[in-house]
Design a protein around this ligand. Structure first.
Ligand code: TXA
Ligand code: MG
Length: 318
């Protein structure tokens, strides 16, 4: 794979010239372009096949950069950035005047995130600018958590894939809108509802399920879909009945330790929410290559620590 590189200097030079560099973060790989070059930003939309009005987030190297990219920062935005950056938290804030409409989808807000990954942070510093970075997958597909998965998704459409191992978190960042009177989680992620509420000491709202008022990609039903049909099943009796209805090759993702017929590929998923999130996308990608009839997924607990996984499963499954 000729695209795979380890050189931060070379990657920063490609970004400076208006090229595309896929880069590792602690959540998922991002498809990077210099956030101050509109022609480069357009290439990101083209490579992903992403609708042009769908806003991008900007990755920055430190807390101070927030003041460069945003105006009218609320105390809650500052408090969250202070506590959780660098980390898997994207803040929606009022944009500074210079921020391109291409990034914001014409809105007056922008999503900013400081990733907790040394390679990403060095790349941003070396470029000396923010880097726009949607997940490095084709629109509507599962986010990549390894450099190989990026290649599978985007192949020759990127100039460089900057390799940085497997992503620690494995699902996309928590997104919090800090521009309204009350903070609101637009996308659950590794930073939980409870952690955010604890820092802010105020009630945090949660985006209603299925609501498409805001342009958050998770709001589209087609999002995060594996190619193999996936079905979410809530009770053990139901998934056993579902699986044994015929004996075509299929997979079951469960947190239980069970043995089923050889036609059913049972994947035992972790009991811990963080460990589960870490494995989820890689597991689905692996299963997608097996040409199975379906993937049956056991629903996860209702507790808030499972919010991110539950949210992604509801989008992955029909
Ligand atoms: O973990 C992550 O956030 C990864 C890594 C690469 O940093 N990035 C990522 O980007 O997931 P993307 O574009 O796949 O998802 C960012 C989401 C999009 O669904 C977008 O609609 C939403 O953030 N977003 C961006 N700007 C926004 C804004 N101003 N208001 C509301 N939502 C916004
Ligand atoms: Mg995405």
């Amino acid at each position: 794979m000729m695209k795979l590189k380890y050189s931060i200097e070379e990657s920063a030079a490609v970004l400076k010239q208006g090229g595309l560099v896929a880069f590792p973060t602690e959540t998922v790989y991002g498809l990077g372009a210099d956030a101050t070059q509109e022609t480069a930003i357009r290439k990101v939309f083209a490579a992903k096949g992403r609708p042009i009005d769908h806003p991008l987030i900007v990755h920055v190297a430190d807390f101070a950069a927030l003041f460069q990219w945003a105006v009218e920062l609320s105390p809650m935005a500052l408090a969250l950035a202070k506590v959780f950056w660098p980390g898997p938290l994207t803040l929606i804030v009022k944009k500074a005047p210079f921020v391109s409409d291409l990034i914001t989808g014409g809105q007056d807000t922008v999503g900013i995130r400081c990733p907790n990954h040394s390679v990403a942070l060095k790349l941003i510093k070396q470029l000396g600018n923010g880097i726009v970075g949607p997940s490095a997958n084709r629109f509507g597909r599962i986010s990549p958590t390894t450099a190989d998965a990026v290649y599978e998704e985007l192949g020759e459409k990127v100039d460089i894939i900057l390799a940085g191992g497997r992503c620690q978190v494995g699902v996309e960042s928590t997104i919090v809108d800090t521009t309204k009177e009350h903070p609101r989680i637009l996308r659950p992620g590794a930073i939980s509802y409870a952690e955010i509420e604890k820092v802010l000491g105020t009630k945090v709202l949660m985006k209603e399920r299925g609501s498409t008022a805001e342009r958050v990609s998770g709001a589209f039903a087609s999002h995060y879909a594996p190619l193999t049909p996936a079905k979410l099943i809530f009770s053990r009796e139901k998934w056993l009945a579902y699986l044994t209805a015929d004996n075509l090759p299929q997979a079951l993702l469960t947190r239980e330790k069970i043995m089923l017929s050889p036609d059913i590929c049972v994947i035992q998923m972790p009991l811990d929410a963080r460990a589960y999130a870490h494995q989820l996308y890689a597991t689905l990608r692996f299963l997608d290559q097996k040409n199975m009839r379906q993937i049956v997924i056991e629903a996860v607990p209702d507790e808030s620590e499972w919010d991110a996984v539950r949210d992604r499963l509801s989008k992955i499954c029909s």
